[in-house]
Design a protein. Structure first.
Length: 129
């Protein structure tokens, strides 16, 4: 385990956006962040245009290789950033009702309801009830 925060950038082919984002984060954090990138269907190689574009700003991606997204990589990351994958991930930090009495669970229940209502609304659906 590392004491550094870790970030995983994900896009389908791991050949362009996620590679560039990982390289930028590695550069801009000065190594203070553990950086990963991966894809659900990795390409054979990093997009040559992405390599050329990053080389223009002094970042060389020529030796980078697209990697397969794994559960381990997701679990080992503090932050997962998806890039154009058509998915939205949310992490709802909520108190755990385990071992709590009814008075302690009610506010958790109500917070979950509020978040679900906001989620339904964000999907363009009118909440019922």
């Amino acid at each position: 385990m590392s004491d550094r925060p870790s970030v995983l950038f994900v896009c389908v082919h791991n050949a362009g956006r996620s590679q560039m984002a990982a390289a930028w984060l590695a550069r801009l954090s000065g190594g203070a962040v553990e950086v990963r990138s991966a894809g659900s269907a990795p390409a054979e190689a990093v997009n040559p245009a992405a390599v050329a574009a990053m080389l223009e700003v002094g970042i060389d991606l020529a030796d980078e290789v697209p990697k397969l997204l794994t559960t381990d990589a997701v679990q080992a990351s503090d932050v997962v950033v998806t890039m154009g994958c058509g998915k939205r991930y949310e992490d709802w930090v909520l108190d755990d009702p385990a071992g709590q009495g009814l008075d302690a669970v009610r506010p958790i229940r109500d917070e979950i309801r509020s978040r679900v209502v906001a989620l339904v609304d964000s999907l363009g659906i009118e909440p019922v009830g």
